[in-house]
Every structure is written in structure tokens, then in C-alpha cells.
Design a protein around this ligand. Structure first.
Ligand code: ZN
Length: 98
């Protein structure tokens, strides 16, 4: 493990972490790998670099949209809470005037 690997979670912005799914042509081992810059991945089982890249996972994007959905839900809840408080005040006003 290199120093770069140790620093990895803090040194690389989360938006720039492409995860690729590879299968090794030499031994058939399948694995996922984060690719940074010009890194050439190698098979963790046999160390071959004869790899087939299968697809990239949109993991970062789905997390970002999940975060947006959570924030939208919080905004909606806040609006509902404000409306509930307004309704309660209106009810008390009408109730007092009886
Ligand atoms: Zn391999």
C-alpha cells in the first residue's frame, strides 16, 4: 500500500472517484477498482493487467441524488410544519372569538 492509498479518502474529492468493474482475462477474477488519473489497474488475484472493463457504477451520482431527495424532503416537512402552526393559530383565533 502506498502513501497515496493511505491518504486516498481525504485527498480525492468524492465527485472524482470513478469506480469500474473489471474482469481479469488471465484468471477470470472479477473486481471493482477506483481509478484515479492514469492509474493502470491490475488484477488483485494474479496481478495481470489484461483486464476487461465491464461498466462503471454511478455510485457517486446516486448518493448525490439521495442527498438532494433528503434535502427536498426536509424542505417539504418544514413547510408542512409552518402550515400546521399557521392553522393552529387560526384555529385558536377563531376559538377565542366564540
Ligand atoms: Zn487475474
Amino acid at each position: 500500500m502506498s502513501a497515496e492509498d493511505l491518504l486516498f479518502p481525504f485527498a480525492v474529492p468524492i465527485q472524482s472517484m470513478p469506480i469500474y468493474d473489471y474482469s481479469c482475462r488471465a484468471c477470470g477474477h472479477g473486481f471493482e477498482k477506483l481509478i484515479r488519473g492514469t492509474t493502470i489497474p491490475s488484477c488483485p488475484a494474479c496481478n495481470s493487467q489484461d483486464l476487461e472493463r465491464k461498466f462503471s457504477l454511478p455510485a457517486v451520482r446516486s448518493e448525490a441524488s439521495h442527498d438532494l431527495a433528503m434535502r427536498a424532503a426536509k424542505r417539504r416537512d418544514g413547510k408542512q410544519a409552518a402550515e400546521a402552526a399557521y392553522t393552529q393559530r387560526e384555529y385558536e383565533k377563531n376559538h377565542d372569538s366564540d
